[in-house]
Design a protein around this ligand. Structure first.
Ligand SMILES: [Zn+2]
Length: 426
């Protein structure tokens, strides 16, 4: 395949736009970027006129089945939102609900330029099925909240790993997901860690999301949640740490020392009034902060361009510093840093020869994107999810001219609505 005459934002460590170039793809690999090569046979040509190519966006923390609870419980603090509305409803969830809710989210993500995600939820086999069908790339993690069924949930995680890890041409990975230190005892955190170690995989956990969580942790353990899991040894494995909102200097030192991957979820953190993660401080220390949407019932969408915009502008306001988290840094959070968090940085996260072709084409022939002064600024500050035109994952076109090729969008909308209505009246 050849993507011809396109302006490319490779996100390869340089703050650059390569004008009017050509991208060759063979099978799922980017084989050449640059001048037209007459010696390469091409079966398919995509015209890049008035388009920008960029790496597919990576949503590094989400709960995609929660789309069924979008706009169902809002304007509540995290604790009440979870304990009074979300958890009681989720207790009635069935596998089929999660299947249709996840597909709804995948359509939304594809249409918004997201090519890979890290999901934490239940009925993860259903998410695996949807992931395989959609053509997307993803990390599946079964959320582990410690209760009487805790042992069974660990067993389920192991089965999930055996069923899905490395499947779909390597597009699927499985990690272990103890939900948070406030829903898992130290013993259970260690059991989860041991399972991840046995499976030779990583951990996906929520850390230091709210002030209440920090206060409770100090009351219970005399230390911050991050220090707590550090002392338990949990951070010795590859760790994706959602939120890291309320972190102090010692916490940031730990994150740096253990090469933890914090995931900033600005939309969710603001909406639940959780606070501001010190993203600029962490980036300045060399920490790879990734970006996520969290679930679409706390956001209330899976629009990564919105998160890029929020990450870039809010840090400026909070730090009273207009150069804090510049456009390129916010784009890196949503691409290369996300790839590192998901343990896929050798394969995806930037557009370079040898990497897998997870590529998004943005239509810049839109009034709100003219004039074309600075494409990188445009991507962080002006582009909307609806400007995504074409999406490739693993060298395959999964959306073209905004038409999703892999999924039946009308059927998914219908079935998601049906299951959502049924769920809340069950
Ligand atoms: Zn979350």
């Amino acid at each position: 395949m050849l993507i011809k005459n396109i302006d490319l934002v490779p996100i390869d460590g340089k703050n650059e736009v390569i004008k009017n170039t050509n991208i060759y793809i063979k099978d799922n690999i980017i084989t050449h970027i640059g001048e037209i090569r007459e010696d390469i046979q091409v079966e398919r040509v995509i015209d890049g006129k008035n388009k920008i190519a960029m790496p597919g966006l990576i949503n590094a923390h989400t709960h995609i089945g929660m789309s069924l609870l979008r706009n169902f419980a809002d304007d509540l603090p995290l604790h009440d939102w979870l304990t009074k509305k979300i958890w009681p409803t989720e207790a009635n969830l069935r596998g089929e609900d999660v299947y249709w809710g996840s597909l709804l989210s995948m359509v939304e993500m594809i249409q918004g330029g997201t090519t890979a995600f890290c999901d934490m939820y239940f009925f993860m086999d259903e998410v695996g099925k949807g992931l395989e069908e959609s053509g997307m790339r993803g990390v599946l993690t079964r959320g582990l909240i410690e209760d009487n069924d805790a042992k069974a949930k660990l067993k389920e995680t192991k089965e999930l790993f055996n069923n899905w890890n490395s499947k779909a041409n390597g597009r699927i990975k499985v990690m272990v997901a103890p939900h948070a230190p406030y829903t898992c005892s130290p013993d259970f955190l260690i059991e989860s860690f041991n399972l991840a170690k046995e499976l030779n995989t990583g951990i996906h956990i929520h850390l230091s999301e709210t002030k209440k969580e920090i206060e409770d942790s100090f009351k219970l353990y005399g230390k911050s949640p991050i220090k707590h899991v550090y002392d338990l040894g949990i951070l010795d494995l590859h760790t994706i740490a959602a939120h890291c909102v309320h972190v102090d200097d010692e916490d940031i030192e730990i994150i740096k020392e253990k090469n933890v991957f914090p995931v900033n979820n600005p939309g969710s953190n603001f909406k639940l009034a959780s606070g501001f993660a010190p993203v600029a401080q962490m980036l300045n220390k060399g920490v790879s902060v990734a970006l996520g949407t969290d679930g679409s019932s706390s956001n209330n969408n899976l629009n990564m361009f919105e998160e890029i915009n929020l990450a870039a502008i809010i840090n400026k306001a909070v730090n009273l510093n207009a150069i804090s988290v510049p456009a390129i840094s916010a784009l890196e959070m949503a691409t290369v840093n996300g790839a590192k968090a998901l343990g896929w940085n050798e394969e995806i996260g930037s557009i370079e020869v040898g990497k897998k072709a997870d590529i998004v084409l943005i239509d810049i022939d839109k009034p709100h994107l003219y004039p074309h002064h600075n494409i990188i600024s445009s991507l962080a500050y002006s582009v909307q999810a609806s400007d995504v035109d074409t999406v490739l994952v693993d060298g395959k076109i999964i959306m073209e001219k905004r038409e999703v090729k892999t999924l039946d969008v009308e059927k998914i909308k219908f079935m998601a609505e049906k299951h959502a209505k049924d769920l809340i009246t069950r």
